[in-house]
Design a protein around this ligand. Structure first.
Ligand code: FMN
Length: 195
């Protein structure tokens, strides 16, 4: 196998892990504003920028959103999810000092959800480069279901006609994690010699 190149950007991509335990210390204003600019620097299909980013750095509100999601799983009798969350501890949003909720209009066919996916990974890699941990969290979707969920979405600034796409918890990591296994068979490389 050929050598793998190294530079600070590549290092952050390789060092990123899903962190599920955080120190309670809040992010500095500079860290927060940097992540805001990272989010806005993300590319979007046809430069539509149809996403919205709700940066929530209020521990009480983060706990309320996490609890609302857990309540939805409880209502739906989704015991497998509840067990998984209980085994991890810290609730659905892992008591992170910052959670960014990404929302967008449209459906999966129009790339707006994909735009959110790209932006959330930008945030994850940027957080790593800043010495912070992060975890992308899809399960927070459950917080925004039903009438009370719609009210919660309005409270965090989700625009009318948009809905939750993905979220990311960010903060100083209070745990280490090994990288996930990389399966080289997931990749096909076709150079000219393959003709
Ligand atoms: C779209 C997406 C949704 C995810 N949702 C959750 C989630 O709801 N809760 C969680 O703890 N981790 C979630 N993860 C993190 C994955 O579990 C994690 O990326 C995977 O186990 C690989 O581990 P790594 O991120 O440390 O490489 C999500 C990741 C992605 C990309």
């Amino acid at each position: 196998m050929a050598e793998v190149l190294s530079n600070p950007t590549l290092q952050s991509i390789f060092d990123r892990r899903s962190i599920r335990r955080f120190l309670p210390e809040p992010l500095t204003e500079a860290q927060l504003e940097t992540l805001v600019q990272v989010a806005l620097a993300s590319p979007t299909a046809r430069d539509r920028q149809a996403w919205h980013f709700s940066f929530v750095a209020d521990p009480a509100l983060i706990a309320e959103i996490g609890d609302a999601a857990v309540e939805t799983f409880r209502r739906n009798g989704d015991q497998a999810v509840l067990d998984r969350l209980a085994s991890r501890g810290g609730g659905l949003l892992y008591e992170a000092p910052l959670v960014v909720f990404l929302s967008c209009p449209g459906d999966e066919q129009d790339y707006k959800g994909l735009d959110c996916g790209i932006a959330v990974e930008n945030l994850a890699v940027a957080a790593t480069s800043m010495g912070l941990g992060s975890c992308i969290i899809a399960m927070a979707r459950a917080a925004f279901q039903g009438e009370s969920g719609a009210a919660l979405a309005r409270r965090i600034g989700v625009p009318e006609g948009s809905s939750f796409a993905i979220s990311i918890a960010v903060g100083r990591a209070a745990m280490d994690k090994d990288p996930h296994a990389r399966d080289r068979s997931k990749v096909t490389v076709l150079g000219p010699e393959a003709r």
